[in-house]
Design a protein around this ligand. Structure first.
Ligand code: SAM
Length: 318
């Protein structure tokens, strides 16, 4: 792994992969391909999340934690993307160790210091903004994946990235995204109605979430970009939420601090493991019966059609 030491760069592979105009303006900084003129004040060093889990063997039961982590996002990527594929992770921060082991992996993020945390695991780390277009040639990627990145783009940004994804993927290539959505979850709706400004500050502005859209709006964007939706799954439709949601809800006045503080306690430390298992089981059972709009998080699996683009964009499979 780790082609990121400048001496180990494979120039022929770089030329096959990257657009010439990007490569000409590329700097190598700490082993990272940098396509930005200057670091971004908001995102530089802001997120350094890293998913460390590596199964001892790539089979059951060692792979069970992949089903538990991040609402089964790693599990879904493993299921839809074969080993050895050329995969790009957008907004990767400090990456997913398992992806580095399984794929010819590339990570793209705005933050150089976040990428430094994954330079050893991924074949290539790229500092760039997706808003400047993806630096890749047409049809060179098997899959593009991301967790909690999509909601950092506004609608225009999502549409622009959608057409770039279609360009850089091979026919039949996959997109697997996990992201926050604008939710109608009764509990969140209650607190939002109580103090809309606080809701915006906690759930949107502090994190750079400029793209909280409904599930239906996101679907429209994916279909307009010409993707087929193979699978869509909503999470956190009930009172049971990730600890980060409780940390935010704790800030509401009244008895919220006590209640959400208690829930946050239940979902932290070693207790996070049984709590996560409970949430995943709930998602596989009760959540399926609840309305789509109640989800706070969504995961989609998209496919670039193998044939020429049909009039009116993509469609939902099945
Ligand atoms: C919430 S973090 C997600 C990190 C990681 N994927 C995870 O699941 O924990 C969002 C990441 O997207 C990156 N990001 C935001 N806007 C971006 C853009 N326009 N281009 C590239 N990366 C961006 C940020 O630097 C940040 O690392």
């Amino acid at each position: 792994m780790g082609h990121n030491d400048d001496s180990k760069r494979d120039d022929a592979d770089d030329r096959q992969l990257f657009r010439r105009e990007f490569l000409e303006n590329c700097r190598i900084r700490q082993g990272v391909y940098s396509f930005v003129e200057q670091d971004c004040d908001f995102y530089e060093g802001h997120y350094k999340n890293r998913t460390k889990y590596l199964p001892k063997l790539d089979r059951w039961p060692y792979t069970l934690p992949l089903w538990l982590i991040n609402s089964g996002y790693l599990w879904t990527v493993r299921r839809h993307v074969p080993e050895g594929s050329r995969v790009l992770e957008l907004g990767c921060a400090s990456g997913v160790a398992y992806f580095g082991q399984r794929y010819r992996m590339m990570g793209l993020d705005l933050s150089l210091s976040s990428l430094e945390g994954v330079v050893q695991d991924y074949e290539r780390c790229i500092q760039a903004s997706v808003m400047e277009g993806l630096p890749f040639n047409d049809g060179v990627l098997d899959a593009v994946v991301s967790s909690f990145f999509w909601e950092h783009l506004d609608e225009a940004g999502k549409r622009q990235l959608g057409s770039e994804l279609r360009r850089v993927l091979k026919p039949g290539g996959k997109v697997i995204f996990l992201y926050d959505i604008e939710t109608n979850n009764p509990m969140i709706r209650h607190f939002k109605a109580q103090d809309e400004i606080l809701y915006r500050r906690q759930f949107l502005e502090g994190d750079g979430h400029i793209g909280y859209h409904s599930s239906a709006k996101n679907e429209e964007i994916f279909l307009d970009a010409g993707f087929v939706i193979l699978n869509r799954c909503g999470f956190e439709k009930t009172l049971l939420q990730s600890p980060s949601a409780y940390t935010k809800l704790k800030r509401w006045p009244g008895s919220s601090k006590r209640w959400f503080g208690a829930l946050e306690y239940v979902a932290k430390g070693w207790r996070l493991y049984p709590y996560t298992l409970l949430m995943r089981l709930l998602n596989a059972s009760v959540d399926r019966l609840l309305p789509r709009e109640w989800a706070r998080i969504e995961r989609v699996v998209l496919m670039k059609p193998k044939g020429p683009r049909s009039v009116g964009g993509g469609r939902t499979a099945g």
